[in-house]
Design a protein around this ligand. Sequence first.
Ligand SMILES: Cc1ncc(COP(=O)(O)O)c(C=O)c1O
Length: 442
Amino acid sequence: MNEITIPRPNDLDAFWMPFSDNKYFKGTPRLLARAEGMHYFTPEGREVLDGTAGLWCCNAGHGRREITEAIQKQAAILDFAPTFQLGHPIAFEAAARVADLTPDGLDRVFFTNSGSESADTALKIALAYQKAIGQAQRVRLVGRERGYHGVGFGGMSVGGIGPNRKQFGAMLPYVDHLSATHLPDRNAFSKGQPEHGAFLAEEVEKLVALHGDTIAAVMVEPVAGSTGVLVPPVGYLEKLRELCSKYGILLIFDEVITGFGRIGNYFGSERLGVTPDIITMAKGLTNAAVPMGAVAVKNEVHDAIVTGVAGGIEFFHGYTYSGHPLASAAAIAAMEIHVREDLPGRVRAIEPYWEEAAHSLRAAPGVIDIRNHGLIAGIELQSTAGKPGDRAMRIFRRCFDDGLLVRVTGDIVALSPPLIIEKSHVDRIVTTLGDAIHKEAA
Ligand SMILES: Cc1ncc(COP(=O)(O)O)c(C=O)c1O
């Protein structure tokens, strides 16, 4: 291994950390300085097993040489060039590669820089499409309670997470929500897709009865990750698809987490057997080595917007860095790894072992539900009275100190390791987490 110098931060004040307890962190910093394969390393060189692929994003594992070299090479060839009224070859190549992996018929790709931008872009595409086909009255957007679509005003409004909204006053107008699919009384400890809950998709009909033909799109995560691993009940997504088609509503799947192999196919829609009209993605697209997101769109939706106008700009939207050369290079290299190493196949191969391992924590103190799908698992704990989230946060910190990175949301521990995980890593995750759950039982 090469000797590298790890900078030791001597001032933590300037960086206002996102979604963080800044005061706690800065009093007790936990830093990650280096990463390789399945592991992070602290500045002191202590190994931390990555149970979360960073933030659900380093799906091919850390420090992939192919990706690093592709970025370095591209930086030397073309650091940046605009994609407004101009183009550079590698952005077109990256888009074509994405289209190769998305479900058939979703072959048009709009680049963004994040999942949040992908969500807002998808919502704008849906509105522009409805207008283009003479349905300008369709201005309403429907999300789902406990949905997470990032932090832009569109994604935040259509998302269904109260704490993410409460500081910010007005949201987008004309937004409604379906109920969350979480039915703990009936589905607790389900393995894979839970049995009960398809009926919740029928709420689309209730919203149509209420709002008439003013709904442009329904956006959901196929498997909701950020609010604690909510797996769609059997038949739920099929019903959503059926009703959206019936009522002229576009169906958007936010695949920022489920994209790129996470649940055993390149996209979750393929694994779950339901094809939406629009797919958002980010994270695993570049293995998180350079920020990039994308929106894959059904050809008809694209064509209605693009070929439907005589000339000039067809879609008044885009980012300076849409299709950035370094991100495009990283995405191509990451997608090549996915295909060459059949990462979705690896997920399917290890999934039964993963499922059994996750559910082996059922008897641990305070565990009230375990959910899993693909290479995702959620372990829900009874909240400590009067202190929601406290127990899971203590478990998170103990795990980190014991050499395992997990993610917590409320009192749910979410696991989503890199897809290159081996059985021995799975064992270590379960042992370390189980131990932490026992020690933080109170
Ligand atoms: C489903 C989903 N959509 C959107 C986002 C937002 O992505 P980003 O943080 O890259 O903006 C996330 C992030 O976790 C996500 O899980």
